[in-house]
Design a protein around this ligand. Sequence first.
Ligand SMILES: NC(=O)c1ccc[n+]([C@@H]2O[C@H](COP(=O)([O-])OP(=O)(O)OC[C@H]3O[C@@H](n4cnc5c(N)ncnc54)[C@H](OP(=O)(O)O)[C@@H]3O)[C@@H](O)[C@H]2O)c1
Length: 234
Amino acid sequence: MQKRIAIVTGGNRGIGFEICRQLAAREDIRVLLTARNAASGQRAAVSLQETGSDVHFHHLEVTDQNSARRLVKEVADRYGRADILVNNAGIYPDSGLRVADLDLGVARQTLETNFYGPLRLCKHLVPLMQRHAYGRIVNLSSRMGSLNKMGGGALGYRASKAALNVLTRVLAAELQGDNILVNSVDPGWVRSDMGGSSATRSLAQGADTAVWLATLPDDGPSGGFFRDRQPVEW
Ligand SMILES: NC(=O)c1ccc[n+]([C@@H]2O[C@H](COP(=O)([O-])OP(=O)(O)OC[C@H]3O[C@@H](n4cnc5c(N)ncnc54)[C@H](OP(=O)(O)O)[C@@H]3O)[C@@H](O)[C@H]2O)c1
C-alpha cells in the first residue's frame, strides 16, 4: 500500500501534535511531524512512534525560506509525493493589545508566521500534489480572522488569519478540478499553550475538524471555512 504523506507544521506541541497523533492513527497515512525546535520535534515524534505510529520528524521553521525549500526537497527526494499539508504553526503575540499599543514589528512577525509561512509551503508543495492529482490543504485559522465577527484588539493576529482565509479561497479557486481541496478551520477555544487552561475544548476536539478536512474524499468541499465539521461565516 502506498501511504499518503501528511506534512504538519508546528507538530511538536498543542493542536499540531494532536493532529499528528490522529492522522497517524490511520493505516494509510505517514505523518511528517515538523517543528522549528529539533529536540522538541524529535521528542514528539518518538513519543508517537512508541505507540506504533508511522511518524517522522523533519525540521521546519516556517518563516525561513531556506528551511521551507530544504523540507520540500527532502520530501520530494525521499517520498516523491506530498498529499496532505496542515498549516498549523502559529503565534498570537498581540493578545489583548489595541492598535495604539501594537509594535509593528510584532504585527509583521505574526503575518510572517501565520500567513507567509503557509503561503510559502503551499507554493512549493502544490506542484508535488499535482504530480499525483491529489492534495488536501488545511489552514488553521480562527474566528478572530472572520470579517463578520471582527472586534477590537490583536490586529496582527486577526489580519494574519483573515489573510490565511483569503489564501484558502484563492488557492481553492485556482486548483478547482485538480483534486486538491483547500479549506480553513476554526478549532474553537482549545486548551493549549496558546489557548490557556481555561479554554473550553480539549486538544482532541480542537484537532477533529482539521483531521476531517485533511482526509476528505475526492467529492469533499473546497474553499470553505469550518468549525465542528460545519461551515461558518467568513
Ligand atoms: N488554541 C486555540 O484556542 C486556538 C484558537 C483558534 C486558532 N488556533 C490556531 O491553531 C494553531 C495551533 O495553535 P495551538 O493552540 O496549538 O498553539 P501553541 O500551543 O502555541 O503551538 C503553536 C505551535 O506553532 C509552532 N510555531 C510557532 N511559530 C513557528 C515557526 N516560525 N516555525 C515553526 N513552528 C512554529 C510552535 O513551535 P514552538 O514549540 O517551537 O514554539 C508550536 O508547535 C495556530 O495556528 C493557532 O492560531 C488556536
